[in-house]
Design a protein around this ligand. Structure first.
Ligand code: IMJ
Length: 258
């Protein structure tokens, strides 16, 4: 399959850490669709690894550091994008973090600092990035973020991440309200469970995948490529009438009752 759905579009991909990252599957799909990609990575620890990975498939990529906890780093990132691309058409935000100790046992034991950190990195970062991105989206644009059903349902151990994803999804709607008049759309993909570093060490992850294989309408877990194709749709003009939406890519699992 070959197409040019993103031809002529400059798109920032945030959240590639390694070859399993959902952001990396999204980047590959967008590259095949003709997009011109810019990558941001968390910090120097990731620089060489991400550079090597990206260069293995994408010639001469623009890679810029951005720790989303620092407003200045977001500022520098978009300065770099402005310099090299001028206009921006899309952002993919695939970033989340909570302290490991907050992702087990009781939600009620979430610390003040753990709550703050999870919300800052996983939810506020979308708002901050959007604020720097929209002035560059002079030809209209599309912002896509990644979420999970733990935002509206009780998923064991997801805890403060579920509350942060609820804030992220609400931010998608409010940003869609802000930017709609400017021709900028904001949507989320709610992905079913996939084996990434973010899912590593999650207690009973095998059990969660098995549940999806037994109960979801499609009777299987989704692949990172399927998540990427949905993101591609939301970043392309095929979805020109869609904003403020949470699109489930979970084989229909979220529909199940008991
Ligand atoms: C994460 C925790 C608990 C249950 C979980 C997950 N399930 C799934 C995830 C069922 C699918 C993965 N997910 C959707 C996430 O959003 C993960 C976020 C995350 C993961 C880690 C692990 C390592 C760490 N901090 C983290 N912060 C956020 O130290």
């Amino acid at each position: 399959m070959s197409h040019s759905l993103l031809k002529g579009k400059n798109i920032l991909i945030m959240g590639v850490a390694n070859k399993r990252s959902i952001a990396w599957s999204i980047a590959r799909a967008y590259h095949r669709a003709g997009a011109n990609l810019v990558f941001s990575y968390q910090d120097e620890r990731y620089r060489e690894k991400v550079k090597k990975l990206v260069e293995s498939e994408i010639p001469d990529p623009l890679l810029l550091p951005c720790n989303v906890s620092e407003e200045k780093e977001i500022d520098y990132l978009f300065e770099g994008i402005k310099e090299s691309c001028g206009v921006l058409h899309g952002v993919v935000h695939s970033i989340a973090y909570a302290k490991k100790e907050e992702l087990s046992d009781l939600y009620v034991n979430t610390s003040r600092e753990g709550f703050r950190l999870a919300h800052e990195v996983s939810a506020y970062s979308l708002v901050a990035v959007a604020r720097w991105a929209y002035p560059l989206m002079r030809e209209g644009g599309s912002i896509v973020t990644l979420t999970y059903q733990g935002s509206t349902r009780l998923v064991p151990n997801y805890n403060v991440m579920g509350v942060a994803k609820a804030a992220l999804e609400a931010s998608v709607r409010y940003l869609a309200g802000d930017f709609g008049p400017m021709g900028i759309r904001v949507n989320a993909v709610s992905a079913g469970p996939v084996r990434t570093v973010s899912a590593k060490g999650v207690k009973d992850f095998n059990r969660i995948i098995e549940l999806v294989e037994q109960k979801s309408p499609l009777r299987r877990a989704v692949t990172p490529e399927e998540i990427a194709q949905a993101a591609l749709f939301l970043s392309s003009d095929l979805s020109s009438g869609i904003t403020g939406e949470v699109l489930f890519v979970d084989g229909g699992y979220h529909l199940t009752g008991m």
